[in-house]
Design a protein around this ligand. Structure first.
Ligand SMILES: NC(=O)c1ccc[n+]([C@@H]2O[C@H](COP(=O)([O-])OP(=O)(O)OC[C@H]3O[C@@H](n4cnc5c(N)ncnc54)[C@H](OP(=O)(O)O)[C@@H]3O)[C@@H](O)[C@H]2O)c1
Length: 240
């Protein structure tokens, strides 16, 4: 874990709103799912998975949308051997897992709720909170918010001490953060795969073209076998 190009990268650790990065893996034709889902090895390599853990190792919290959480109902944490390094960085041993859901349709039997290293946080609507099972309410912290991304970030900063947030999709969740202009960096793994189907998702999918177009700067790139690892900065002050 120590010998990875992203081990030594640095992020600002205090800020208002929190520093936000997105991390995704995509096929060469721009798809983040294959056959409607992402399964181990369907796009990224084992090294890409390691990269995901290295990145998680830098952040206070890791967030996904409800659809991703239903497909991958696991705690968004790091392997135990990464905990020491997180603590050395002044972080909690495990990042806080955050799930965004309007409907609150989550499975109480999911490992995310039965065996989490820390209580996950669910940000939902009033209706969603009513739909969550008592078991989930006992295992997780629940916050209701009728607002948008900016309000979530404010809540995370003030109540949960989140200075740095890693967003791990999916397409609609990424879109909301990008539409709000609240993504500072983007990590993208370009996997040597082709998907081809029209119904598979791309990295950000919403109703309209993004209103703001940040100047996007390539901060770094490296390859590992046939995979390309890209790190971008999104500068919202300087629109394209
Ligand atoms: N290639 C990759 O790196 C990668 C990474 C992550 C995910 N994925 C794939 O992406 C797919 C899922 O993407 P997706 O676009 O369908 O869904 P998604 O972004 O994972 O989840 C969308 C859901 O998030 C919740 N949500 C979004 N914005 C919200 C808000 N402002 N307030 C409250 N809840 C909000 C809602 O949950 P409810 O429906 O619960 O109300 C919404 O339906 C999966 O197949 C997954 O495997 C790929």
């Amino acid at each position: 874990m120590l010998h990875h190009p992203y081990t030594r990268i640095q992020f600002p650790h205090s800020g208002r709103p929190p520093f936000v990065a997105i991390n995704m893996v995509s096929s060469l034709d721009g798809k983040i799912t294959s056959g409607g889902k992402l399964t181990p090895g369907s796009l990224g390599s084992p090294f890409d998975r390691k990269t995901m853990n290295v990145l998680r190792g830098h952040f206070d919290a890791v967030l996904t949308g409800g659809s991703t959480a239903r497909q991958h109902p696991y705690y968004l944490g790091v392997p135990s051997h990464c905990e020491k390094l997180r603590k050395k960085r002044g972080l909690r041993a495990q990042p806080l897992s955050i799930i965004l859901t309007r409907r609150g349709n989550l499975d109480p039997a999911a490992p995310l709720f039965t065996d989490p290293p820390r209580p996950p946080l669910i940000i939902t609507s009033k209706q969603g909170a009513r739909s969550l099972s008592p078991k989930i309410k006992g295992a997780a912290n629940i916050e209701t918010s009728a607002g948008g991304v900016q309000d979530f970030l404010k809540l995370l900063f003030t109540k949960y001490g989140v200075n740095t947030l890693l967003v791990e999709g999916g397409a609609r969740t990424n879109y909301e953060f990008l539409q709000a202009g609240l993504v500072d960096q983007l990590f993208l793994t370009l996997a040597p795969r082709l998907v081809g189907s029209a119904f598979d998702l791309t990295m950000a999918m919403g109703e309209r073209v993004l209103e703001n177009k940040p100047r996007i700067i390539l901060l770094s790139h490296f390859t590992r076998q046939n995979e390309l690892f890209l790190r971008y900065k999104l500068n919202w002050e300087e629109q394209e």
